[in-house]
Design a protein around this ligand. Structure first.
Ligand code: HEC
Ligand code: HEC
Ligand code: HEC
Ligand code: HEC
Ligand code: HEC
Ligand code: HEC
Length: 270
Protein backbone atom coordinates (compact mmCIF):
# COMPACT_ATOMS: atom_id res chain seq x y z
CA UNK A 1 0.00 0.00 0.00
CA UNK A 2 2.76 2.44 0.99
CA UNK A 3 4.64 1.65 -2.22
CA UNK A 4 1.60 2.24 -4.46
CA UNK A 5 1.02 5.57 -2.78
CA UNK A 6 4.64 6.62 -3.27
CA UNK A 7 4.46 5.63 -6.96
CA UNK A 8 1.39 7.79 -7.42
CA UNK A 9 3.16 10.76 -5.90
CA UNK A 10 6.19 10.31 -8.14
CA UNK A 11 4.24 9.91 -11.39
CA UNK A 12 1.86 12.69 -10.47
CA UNK A 13 -1.09 11.82 -12.66
CA UNK A 14 -2.76 8.45 -12.33
CA UNK A 15 -3.93 7.88 -15.89
CA UNK A 16 -4.45 9.75 -19.15
CA UNK A 17 -7.87 8.82 -20.51
CA UNK A 18 -10.61 6.50 -19.31
CA UNK A 19 -13.03 4.54 -21.44
CA UNK A 20 -15.43 4.13 -18.54
CA UNK A 21 -16.33 6.07 -15.45
CA UNK A 22 -15.29 4.51 -12.15
CA UNK A 23 -17.66 3.62 -9.32
CA UNK A 24 -17.64 6.18 -6.53
CA UNK A 25 -19.10 6.79 -3.09
CA UNK A 26 -22.00 9.29 -3.27
CA UNK A 27 -22.04 12.52 -1.27
CA UNK A 28 -24.84 11.54 1.10
CA UNK A 29 -22.63 8.69 2.32
CA UNK A 30 -19.68 11.07 2.82
CA UNK A 31 -21.94 13.46 4.68
CA UNK A 32 -23.12 10.72 7.01
CA UNK A 33 -19.63 10.90 8.57
CA UNK A 34 -18.78 14.48 7.60
CA UNK A 35 -22.10 16.02 8.70
CA UNK A 36 -20.52 18.18 11.40
CA UNK A 37 -17.36 19.43 9.65
CA UNK A 38 -18.63 19.76 6.05
CA UNK A 39 -22.43 19.39 6.24
CA UNK A 40 -23.43 22.86 7.52
CA UNK A 41 -21.50 24.89 4.90
CA UNK A 42 -22.23 22.38 2.12
CA UNK A 43 -25.95 23.25 2.40
CA UNK A 44 -25.08 26.76 1.19
CA UNK A 45 -22.23 25.95 -1.21
CA UNK A 46 -22.75 27.05 -4.83
CA UNK A 47 -21.40 23.68 -6.06
CA UNK A 48 -24.08 21.80 -4.15
CA UNK A 49 -26.79 24.29 -5.16
CA UNK A 50 -26.01 24.66 -8.86
CA UNK A 51 -28.93 22.31 -9.59
CA UNK A 52 -31.70 22.32 -6.99
CA UNK A 53 -35.05 20.56 -6.90
CA UNK A 54 -37.97 22.97 -6.85
CA UNK A 55 -40.00 22.89 -3.66
CA UNK A 56 -43.11 20.74 -4.01
CA UNK A 57 -42.12 19.22 -7.35
CA UNK A 58 -40.57 15.84 -8.13
CA UNK A 59 -39.32 16.59 -11.64
CA UNK A 60 -38.62 20.34 -11.80
CA UNK A 61 -35.23 21.84 -10.98
CA UNK A 62 -33.47 25.21 -11.03
CA UNK A 63 -30.03 25.60 -12.66
CA UNK A 64 -27.78 28.37 -11.26
CA UNK A 65 -27.43 29.25 -7.59
CA UNK A 66 -26.70 32.96 -7.72
CA UNK A 67 -27.71 35.78 -10.10
CA UNK A 68 -28.84 33.89 -13.20
CA UNK A 69 -31.06 30.84 -13.31
CA UNK A 70 -32.62 28.48 -15.88
CA UNK A 71 -35.41 25.96 -15.44
CA UNK A 72 -34.87 22.22 -15.88
CA UNK A 73 -37.28 19.29 -16.09
CA UNK A 74 -36.35 15.67 -15.46
CA UNK A 75 -36.99 13.54 -18.55
CA UNK A 76 -35.51 10.22 -17.37
CA UNK A 77 -32.66 8.83 -15.30
CA UNK A 78 -29.76 11.30 -15.51
CA UNK A 79 -31.51 13.50 -18.08
CA UNK A 80 -32.94 17.01 -18.05
CA UNK A 81 -34.58 19.19 -20.67
CA UNK A 82 -33.90 22.94 -20.38
CA UNK A 83 -36.31 25.81 -20.90
CA UNK A 84 -35.33 28.31 -23.58
CA UNK A 85 -35.97 32.04 -23.29
CA UNK A 86 -39.11 31.77 -25.44
CA UNK A 87 -40.53 29.21 -23.00
CA UNK A 88 -40.04 26.15 -25.25
CA UNK A 89 -38.35 23.03 -23.78
CA UNK A 90 -35.13 21.81 -25.39
CA UNK A 91 -34.55 18.09 -24.84
CA UNK A 92 -30.93 17.78 -25.96
CA UNK A 93 -29.11 20.99 -25.04
CA UNK A 94 -28.51 20.32 -21.36
CA UNK A 95 -26.86 16.95 -22.09
CA UNK A 96 -24.82 18.25 -25.04
CA UNK A 97 -23.76 21.67 -23.73
CA UNK A 98 -24.18 21.93 -19.94
CA UNK A 99 -24.28 18.62 -18.03
CA UNK A 100 -20.52 18.07 -17.64
CA UNK A 101 -20.06 21.17 -15.47
CA UNK A 102 -23.36 21.38 -13.58
CA UNK A 103 -23.88 17.70 -12.73
CA UNK A 104 -21.56 14.86 -11.65
CA UNK A 105 -20.01 11.97 -13.61
CA UNK A 106 -21.49 12.34 -17.09
CA UNK A 107 -21.12 9.27 -19.31
CA UNK A 108 -19.63 10.67 -22.55
CA UNK A 109 -21.41 8.07 -24.73
CA UNK A 110 -24.96 8.40 -23.36
CA UNK A 111 -24.47 11.87 -21.79
CA UNK A 112 -26.42 10.64 -18.79
CA UNK A 113 -25.30 12.10 -15.45
CA UNK A 114 -24.99 10.18 -12.18
CA UNK A 115 -25.89 12.88 -9.61
CA UNK A 116 -27.42 16.32 -10.20
CA UNK A 117 -25.31 19.30 -8.99
CA UNK A 118 -21.65 18.83 -8.04
CA UNK A 119 -20.85 15.98 -5.72
CA UNK A 120 -17.74 15.38 -3.58
CA UNK A 121 -16.38 13.07 -6.31
CA UNK A 122 -16.01 15.98 -8.77
CA UNK A 123 -13.11 17.37 -6.67
CA UNK A 124 -12.00 14.59 -4.30
CA UNK A 125 -12.21 11.85 -6.95
CA UNK A 126 -12.62 8.15 -6.16
CA UNK A 127 -12.36 8.02 -2.37
CA UNK A 128 -10.79 5.08 -0.60
CA UNK A 129 -12.73 4.55 2.65
CA UNK A 130 -9.40 3.62 4.27
CA UNK A 131 -8.82 7.40 4.33
CA UNK A 132 -10.47 7.40 7.76
CA UNK A 133 -7.19 5.87 9.04
CA UNK A 134 -4.78 7.64 6.69
CA UNK A 135 -5.88 10.97 5.21
CA UNK A 136 -2.99 10.91 2.72
CA UNK A 137 -5.19 8.51 0.72
CA UNK A 138 -7.67 11.24 -0.13
CA UNK A 139 -7.05 14.04 -2.60
CA UNK A 140 -7.27 17.60 -1.20
CA UNK A 141 -6.93 16.45 2.42
CA UNK A 142 -4.63 18.47 4.68
CA UNK A 143 -1.91 15.85 4.17
CA UNK A 144 -2.46 15.52 0.41
CA UNK A 145 -3.39 18.93 -1.01
CA UNK A 146 -1.94 17.95 -4.41
CA UNK A 147 0.58 19.77 -6.58
CA UNK A 148 -0.15 22.86 -8.67
CA UNK A 149 -0.93 21.01 -11.90
CA UNK A 150 -3.16 18.46 -10.13
CA UNK A 151 -5.24 21.21 -8.47
CA UNK A 152 -5.36 23.12 -11.74
CA UNK A 153 -6.67 20.06 -13.58
CA UNK A 154 -9.44 19.59 -11.03
CA UNK A 155 -10.79 23.14 -10.93
CA UNK A 156 -10.25 23.71 -14.67
CA UNK A 157 -12.41 20.69 -15.49
CA UNK A 158 -15.33 23.13 -15.05
CA UNK A 159 -14.00 26.64 -14.56
CA UNK A 160 -12.01 26.99 -17.79
CA UNK A 161 -15.11 27.99 -19.71
CA UNK A 162 -14.28 27.75 -23.41
CA UNK A 163 -12.19 24.56 -23.39
CA UNK A 164 -13.20 21.50 -25.40
CA UNK A 165 -12.76 17.72 -25.31
CA UNK A 166 -10.49 16.73 -28.22
CA UNK A 167 -11.95 13.23 -28.52
CA UNK A 168 -15.63 14.13 -28.13
CA UNK A 169 -15.89 17.78 -29.22
CA UNK A 170 -17.92 18.47 -26.07
CA UNK A 171 -17.66 21.88 -24.33
CA UNK A 172 -16.94 19.97 -21.10
CA UNK A 173 -14.38 17.46 -19.89
CA UNK A 174 -14.63 13.85 -21.06
CA UNK A 175 -14.48 11.17 -18.32
CA UNK A 176 -12.17 13.30 -16.20
CA UNK A 177 -11.51 11.93 -12.72
CA UNK A 178 -9.64 14.10 -10.18
CA UNK A 179 -6.05 12.87 -10.07
CA UNK A 180 -5.96 12.52 -13.89
CA UNK A 181 -4.33 15.01 -16.27
CA UNK A 182 -7.28 17.03 -17.65
CA UNK A 183 -5.22 18.39 -20.52
CA UNK A 184 -4.50 14.93 -21.95
CA UNK A 185 -7.86 15.31 -23.72
CA UNK A 186 -9.02 18.84 -22.96
CA UNK A 187 -8.00 21.49 -25.50
CA UNK A 188 -7.76 25.07 -24.26
CA UNK A 189 -6.07 27.92 -26.11
CA UNK A 190 -4.23 29.59 -23.22
CA UNK A 191 -3.71 32.74 -25.30
CA UNK A 192 -7.31 33.42 -24.35
CA UNK A 193 -5.92 34.63 -21.00
CA UNK A 194 -5.05 37.89 -22.80
CA UNK A 195 -8.44 38.27 -24.51
CA UNK A 196 -9.64 41.77 -23.49
CA UNK A 197 -13.26 40.69 -24.05
CA UNK A 198 -13.13 38.35 -21.04
CA UNK A 199 -14.65 39.49 -17.75
CA UNK A 200 -12.42 39.42 -14.66
CA UNK A 201 -14.18 36.31 -13.31
CA UNK A 202 -13.15 34.17 -16.28
CA UNK A 203 -9.96 36.04 -17.06
CA UNK A 204 -8.28 35.47 -13.69
CA UNK A 205 -9.08 31.76 -14.10
CA UNK A 206 -7.55 31.55 -17.61
CA UNK A 207 -4.55 33.58 -16.49
CA UNK A 208 -3.93 31.41 -13.45
CA UNK A 209 -4.21 28.20 -15.48
CA UNK A 210 -1.76 29.56 -18.06
CA UNK A 211 0.68 30.62 -15.35
CA UNK A 212 0.63 27.14 -13.79
CA UNK A 213 0.82 25.18 -17.06
CA UNK A 214 3.24 27.38 -19.00
CA UNK A 215 5.15 29.39 -16.40
CA UNK A 216 5.43 26.82 -13.57
CA UNK A 217 3.64 29.11 -11.16
CA UNK A 218 2.96 27.60 -7.74
CA UNK A 219 0.03 29.96 -7.15
CA UNK A 220 -3.17 27.96 -7.69
CA UNK A 221 -6.90 28.44 -7.21
CA UNK A 222 -6.34 27.16 -3.67
CA UNK A 223 -3.74 29.84 -2.87
CA UNK A 224 -6.71 32.22 -2.92
CA UNK A 225 -9.93 30.18 -2.58
CA UNK A 226 -11.25 27.90 0.17
CA UNK A 227 -14.04 25.81 -1.24
CA UNK A 228 -15.77 24.72 1.97
CA UNK A 229 -15.34 27.98 3.84
CA UNK A 230 -16.51 29.66 0.58
CA UNK A 231 -13.92 32.37 1.09
CA UNK A 232 -11.34 34.27 -0.95
CA UNK A 233 -9.85 35.94 2.16
CA UNK A 234 -6.52 34.13 1.62
CA UNK A 235 -5.97 35.99 -1.65
CA UNK A 236 -4.99 39.16 0.23
CA UNK A 237 -1.77 37.48 1.29
CA UNK A 238 -0.70 36.32 -2.18
CA UNK A 239 2.28 38.16 -3.70
CA UNK A 240 1.27 41.02 -5.99
CA UNK A 241 1.44 40.04 -9.69
CA UNK A 242 -0.15 41.21 -12.97
CA UNK A 243 -3.09 38.90 -12.14
CA UNK A 244 -4.14 41.25 -9.35
CA UNK A 245 -4.89 43.92 -11.97
CA UNK A 246 -7.81 41.91 -13.31
CA UNK A 247 -9.70 43.21 -10.30
CA UNK A 248 -7.55 45.94 -8.70
CA UNK A 249 -6.07 49.20 -9.98
CA UNK A 250 -2.36 49.68 -10.57
CA UNK A 251 -2.22 52.34 -7.89
CA UNK A 252 -4.39 53.38 -4.99
CA UNK A 253 -5.74 51.24 -2.18
CA UNK A 254 -6.56 47.56 -2.73
CA UNK A 255 -10.01 48.05 -1.33
CA UNK A 256 -10.90 49.59 -4.71
CA UNK A 257 -12.13 46.73 -6.88
CA UNK A 258 -13.07 46.94 -10.57
CA UNK A 259 -16.71 46.03 -11.18
CA UNK A 260 -17.41 43.21 -13.64
CA UNK A 261 -20.29 40.95 -14.68
CA UNK A 262 -19.55 37.21 -14.96
CA UNK A 263 -21.22 37.03 -18.40
CA UNK A 264 -20.53 33.81 -20.35
CA UNK A 265 -21.32 32.57 -23.85
CA UNK A 266 -20.78 28.96 -22.67
CA UNK A 267 -23.45 29.36 -19.98
CA UNK A 268 -25.72 31.62 -22.06
CA UNK A 269 -25.48 34.17 -19.24
CA UNK A 270 -25.81 37.75 -20.59
C1 HEC B 1 -17.72 19.71 -11.69
C2 HEC B 1 -17.57 21.13 -11.97
C3 HEC B 1 -16.79 22.00 -11.00
C4 HEC B 1 -15.58 21.74 -10.41
C5 HEC B 1 -14.70 20.50 -10.55
C6 HEC B 1 -15.26 22.91 -9.62
N1 HEC B 1 -16.24 23.85 -9.74
FE1 HEC B 1 -16.34 25.66 -8.80
N2 HEC B 1 -18.19 25.99 -9.57
C7 HEC B 1 -18.81 25.19 -10.50
C8 HEC B 1 -20.09 25.76 -10.84
C9 HEC B 1 -21.07 25.17 -11.85
C10 HEC B 1 -20.23 26.93 -10.07
C11 HEC B 1 -21.39 27.92 -10.09
C12 HEC B 1 -22.55 27.36 -9.34
C13 HEC B 1 -23.77 28.24 -9.46
O1 HEC B 1 -23.74 29.38 -8.97
O2 HEC B 1 -24.76 27.76 -9.99
C14 HEC B 1 -19.01 27.04 -9.27
C15 HEC B 1 -18.73 28.09 -8.39
C16 HEC B 1 -17.50 28.33 -7.83
C17 HEC B 1 -17.12 29.52 -7.08
C18 HEC B 1 -18.02 30.70 -6.76
C19 HEC B 1 -18.73 30.43 -5.46
C20 HEC B 1 -19.63 31.56 -4.99
O3 HEC B 1 -20.52 31.28 -4.17
O4 HEC B 1 -19.44 32.70 -5.40
C21 HEC B 1 -15.80 29.38 -6.74
C22 HEC B 1 -14.95 30.37 -5.98
C23 HEC B 1 -15.37 28.09 -7.24
N3 HEC B 1 -16.41 27.48 -7.89
C24 HEC B 1 -14.09 27.58 -7.09
C25 HEC B 1 -13.70 26.28 -7.42
C26 HEC B 1 -12.40 25.70 -7.13
C27 HEC B 1 -11.29 26.41 -6.40
C28 HEC B 1 -12.41 24.44 -7.63
C29 HEC B 1 -11.31 23.40 -7.57
C30 HEC B 1 -10.92 22.96 -6.23
C31 HEC B 1 -13.71 24.21 -8.24
N4 HEC B 1 -14.46 25.35 -8.09
C32 HEC B 1 -14.10 23.04 -8.88
C33 HEC B 1 -18.32 24.02 -11.04
C34 HEC B 1 -17.19 23.35 -10.60
C1 HEC C 1 -15.60 22.07 -5.80
C2 HEC C 1 -14.64 21.14 -5.25
C3 HEC C 1 -15.01 20.37 -4.01
C4 HEC C 1 -16.15 19.65 -3.79
C5 HEC C 1 -17.31 19.43 -4.72
C6 HEC C 1 -16.01 19.07 -2.46
N1 HEC C 1 -14.80 19.44 -1.91
FE1 HEC C 1 -14.09 18.91 -0.08
N2 HEC C 1 -12.44 20.04 -0.37
C7 HEC C 1 -12.16 20.76 -1.51
C8 HEC C 1 -10.96 21.52 -1.33
C9 HEC C 1 -10.31 22.41 -2.36
C10 HEC C 1 -10.50 21.24 -0.01
C11 HEC C 1 -9.28 21.87 0.70
C12 HEC C 1 -9.78 22.90 1.71
C13 HEC C 1 -10.75 23.89 1.12
O1 HEC C 1 -10.48 24.48 0.08
O2 HEC C 1 -11.84 24.09 1.72
C14 HEC C 1 -11.46 20.31 0.55
C15 HEC C 1 -11.37 19.81 1.84
C16 HEC C 1 -12.26 18.88 2.38
C17 HEC C 1 -12.15 18.30 3.69
C18 HEC C 1 -11.03 18.58 4.67
C19 HEC C 1 -11.31 19.83 5.41
C20 HEC C 1 -10.12 20.72 5.54
O3 HEC C 1 -10.23 21.65 6.34
O4 HEC C 1 -9.12 20.58 4.85
C21 HEC C 1 -13.20 17.43 3.86
C22 HEC C 1 -13.52 16.59 5.09
C23 HEC C 1 -13.98 17.49 2.64
N3 HEC C 1 -13.39 18.38 1.75
C24 HEC C 1 -15.12 16.77 2.40
C25 HEC C 1 -15.96 16.94 1.32
C26 HEC C 1 -17.25 16.31 1.17
C27 HEC C 1 -17.87 15.35 2.16
C28 HEC C 1 -17.77 16.74 -0.01
C29 HEC C 1 -19.14 16.45 -0.61
C30 HEC C 1 -20.28 16.70 0.25
C31 HEC C 1 -16.79 17.64 -0.62
N4 HEC C 1 -15.71 17.73 0.22
C32 HEC C 1 -16.96 18.29 -1.84
C33 HEC C 1 -12.91 20.77 -2.68
C34 HEC C 1 -14.17 20.22 -2.83
C1 HEC D 1 -17.18 5.98 7.72
C2 HEC D 1 -17.10 7.41 7.87
C3 HEC D 1 -16.53 8.21 6.70
C4 HEC D 1 -17.00 8.22 5.40
C5 HEC D 1 -18.12 7.42 4.79
C6 HEC D 1 -16.21 9.21 4.72
N1 HEC D 1 -15.30 9.77 5.57
FE1 HEC D 1 -13.93 11.19 5.12
N2 HEC D 1 -13.05 10.98 6.93
C7 HEC D 1 -13.56 10.21 7.96
C8 HEC D 1 -12.63 10.27 9.08
C9 HEC D 1 -12.81 9.54 10.41
C10 HEC D 1 -11.55 11.08 8.68
C11 HEC D 1 -10.28 11.43 9.47
C12 HEC D 1 -10.56 12.42 10.54
C13 HEC D 1 -10.80 13.76 9.96
O1 HEC D 1 -9.83 14.44 9.58
O2 HEC D 1 -12.00 14.19 9.87
C14 HEC D 1 -11.88 11.54 7.33
C15 HEC D 1 -11.09 12.42 6.60
C16 HEC D 1 -11.46 12.98 5.38
C17 HEC D 1 -10.74 14.01 4.67
C18 HEC D 1 -9.42 14.64 5.09
C19 HEC D 1 -9.60 15.61 6.23
C20 HEC D 1 -8.29 16.23 6.65
O3 HEC D 1 -8.10 16.37 7.87
O4 HEC D 1 -7.48 16.58 5.81
C21 HEC D 1 -11.45 14.29 3.53
C22 HEC D 1 -11.08 15.29 2.43
C23 HEC D 1 -12.60 13.41 3.52
N3 HEC D 1 -12.58 12.64 4.64
C24 HEC D 1 -13.57 13.38 2.52
C25 HEC D 1 -14.52 12.37 2.38
C26 HEC D 1 -15.33 12.18 1.21
C27 HEC D 1 -15.31 13.05 -0.05
C28 HEC D 1 -16.11 11.08 1.44
C29 HEC D 1 -17.10 10.43 0.52
C30 HEC D 1 -16.58 10.00 -0.76
C31 HEC D 1 -15.78 10.61 2.78
N4 HEC D 1 -14.82 11.41 3.30
C32 HEC D 1 -16.39 9.54 3.39
C33 HEC D 1 -14.73 9.48 7.93
C34 HEC D 1 -15.46 9.19 6.79
C1 HEC E 1 -4.66 35.55 -6.88
C2 HEC E 1 -5.78 34.98 -6.22
C3 HEC E 1 -6.74 34.14 -7.03
C4 HEC E 1 -6.44 33.04 -7.80
C5 HEC E 1 -5.09 32.44 -8.12
C6 HEC E 1 -7.71 32.54 -8.26
N1 HEC E 1 -8.74 33.30 -7.80
FE1 HEC E 1 -10.71 33.10 -8.22
N2 HEC E 1 -11.12 34.85 -7.30
C7 HEC E 1 -10.22 35.56 -6.51
C8 HEC E 1 -10.90 36.65 -5.87
C9 HEC E 1 -10.27 37.62 -4.90
C10 HEC E 1 -12.24 36.61 -6.31
C11 HEC E 1 -13.36 37.57 -5.92
C12 HEC E 1 -14.00 37.05 -4.67
C13 HEC E 1 -15.16 37.85 -4.22
O1 HEC E 1 -15.80 38.52 -5.03
O2 HEC E 1 -15.45 37.74 -3.01
C14 HEC E 1 -12.35 35.46 -7.20
C15 HEC E 1 -13.51 35.06 -7.83
C16 HEC E 1 -13.69 33.79 -8.39
C17 HEC E 1 -14.94 33.24 -8.86
C18 HEC E 1 -16.29 33.93 -8.82
C19 HEC E 1 -16.48 34.72 -10.09
C20 HEC E 1 -17.83 35.40 -10.17
O3 HEC E 1 -17.91 36.58 -9.87
O4 HEC E 1 -18.81 34.73 -10.51
C21 HEC E 1 -14.68 31.98 -9.33
C22 HEC E 1 -15.68 31.01 -9.93
C23 HEC E 1 -13.26 31.75 -9.17
N3 HEC E 1 -12.69 32.88 -8.61
C24 HEC E 1 -12.62 30.57 -9.51
C25 HEC E 1 -11.23 30.42 -9.54
C26 HEC E 1 -10.55 29.25 -10.07
C27 HEC E 1 -11.23 28.03 -10.62
C28 HEC E 1 -9.21 29.49 -9.96
C29 HEC E 1 -8.07 28.62 -10.41
C30 HEC E 1 -8.01 28.30 -11.84
C31 HEC E 1 -9.06 30.81 -9.35
N4 HEC E 1 -10.30 31.33 -9.11
C32 HEC E 1 -7.85 31.41 -9.07
C33 HEC E 1 -8.88 35.29 -6.38
C34 HEC E 1 -8.19 34.30 -7.04
C1 HEC F 1 -11.11 38.07 -9.28
C2 HEC F 1 -10.93 39.36 -8.67
C3 HEC F 1 -9.73 39.61 -7.79
C4 HEC F 1 -8.42 39.32 -8.02
C5 HEC F 1 -7.81 38.59 -9.20
C6 HEC F 1 -7.68 39.89 -6.90
N1 HEC F 1 -8.52 40.48 -6.03
FE1 HEC F 1 -8.02 41.36 -4.24
N2 HEC F 1 -9.98 41.75 -3.87
C7 HEC F 1 -11.04 41.40 -4.70
C8 HEC F 1 -12.27 41.73 -4.04
C9 HEC F 1 -13.67 41.48 -4.61
C10 HEC F 1 -11.94 42.31 -2.79
C11 HEC F 1 -12.89 42.82 -1.71
C12 HEC F 1 -13.52 41.66 -1.00
C13 HEC F 1 -12.51 40.74 -0.33
O1 HEC F 1 -11.73 41.18 0.49
O2 HEC F 1 -12.52 39.53 -0.65
C14 HEC F 1 -10.48 42.31 -2.72
C15 HEC F 1 -9.75 42.78 -1.64
C16 HEC F 1 -8.38 42.74 -1.54
C17 HEC F 1 -7.59 43.26 -0.40
C18 HEC F 1 -8.17 43.90 0.83
C19 HEC F 1 -8.34 45.39 0.59
C20 HEC F 1 -8.92 46.15 1.75
O3 HEC F 1 -8.26 47.06 2.22
O4 HEC F 1 -10.03 45.79 2.18
C21 HEC F 1 -6.28 43.04 -0.69
C22 HEC F 1 -5.09 43.40 0.17
C23 HEC F 1 -6.23 42.38 -1.99
N3 HEC F 1 -7.51 42.23 -2.48
C24 HEC F 1 -5.07 42.00 -2.62
C25 HEC F 1 -5.00 41.32 -3.83
C26 HEC F 1 -3.78 40.84 -4.43
C27 HEC F 1 -2.39 41.00 -3.82
C28 HEC F 1 -4.13 40.22 -5.60
C29 HEC F 1 -3.23 39.51 -6.59
C30 HEC F 1 -2.38 38.47 -6.04
C31 HEC F 1 -5.57 40.32 -5.73
N4 HEC F 1 -6.05 40.99 -4.64
C32 HEC F 1 -6.30 39.79 -6.77
C33 HEC F 1 -10.95 40.84 -5.94
C34 HEC F 1 -9.78 40.36 -6.53
C1 HEC G 1 -17.07 24.24 -19.01
C2 HEC G 1 -18.02 24.09 -17.95
C3 HEC G 1 -19.39 24.69 -18.10
C4 HEC G 1 -20.32 24.45 -19.08
C5 HEC G 1 -20.15 23.59 -20.32
C6 HEC G 1 -21.51 25.17 -18.71
N1 HEC G 1 -21.30 25.82 -17.52
FE1 HEC G 1 -22.61 27.10 -16.59
N2 HEC G 1 -21.19 27.55 -15.18
C7 HEC G 1 -19.93 27.00 -15.14
C8 HEC G 1 -19.17 27.64 -14.09
C9 HEC G 1 -17.73 27.30 -13.72
C10 HEC G 1 -20.01 28.60 -13.50
C11 HEC G 1 -19.65 29.57 -12.40
C12 HEC G 1 -18.80 30.67 -13.02
C13 HEC G 1 -18.51 31.87 -12.18
O1 HEC G 1 -19.27 32.20 -11.29
O2 HEC G 1 -17.50 32.53 -12.48
C14 HEC G 1 -21.29 28.51 -14.22
C15 HEC G 1 -22.40 29.29 -13.93
C16 HEC G 1 -23.63 29.15 -14.58
C17 HEC G 1 -24.84 29.85 -14.18
C18 HEC G 1 -24.98 30.79 -13.01
C19 HEC G 1 -24.51 32.16 -13.41
C20 HEC G 1 -24.79 33.24 -12.38
O3 HEC G 1 -24.26 34.32 -12.57
O4 HEC G 1 -25.50 33.02 -11.41
C21 HEC G 1 -25.83 29.44 -15.05
C22 HEC G 1 -27.30 29.86 -15.05
C23 HEC G 1 -25.23 28.52 -15.99
N3 HEC G 1 -23.90 28.36 -15.67
C24 HEC G 1 -25.91 27.91 -17.03
C25 HEC G 1 -25.32 27.06 -17.95
C26 HEC G 1 -26.02 26.52 -19.11
C27 HEC G 1 -27.47 26.79 -19.47
C28 HEC G 1 -25.11 25.75 -19.79
C29 HEC G 1 -25.31 25.00 -21.09
C30 HEC G 1 -25.85 25.77 -22.19
C31 HEC G 1 -23.85 25.82 -19.06
N4 HEC G 1 -24.02 26.63 -17.96
C32 HEC G 1 -22.68 25.20 -19.45
C33 HEC G 1 -19.43 26.02 -15.96
C34 HEC G 1 -20.02 25.57 -17.12
Amino acid sequence: MKLAFAALLVCGFAQAQRKQLPEFVAGDQCLFCHRNDIGPTWQKNAHNLTVQPKAGSADEFTLGSRKHTRQLRKTGYGRFSIQEKDGAWNGSKFAERCAGCHTTAVNAETKVFTEFAIDCYACHGVVDLEHTNDTRLILLSKKNRGGASMITSICSSCHLRGGESKAKGLPYAYHFVPGDDLFADHAADLKKAEDPALNAGDRHVWRNVRDVLENNSETTCLSCHQVHANSAQKHRRVLTSPACLDCHYESGPKKNVKAYAAASVVCEVP
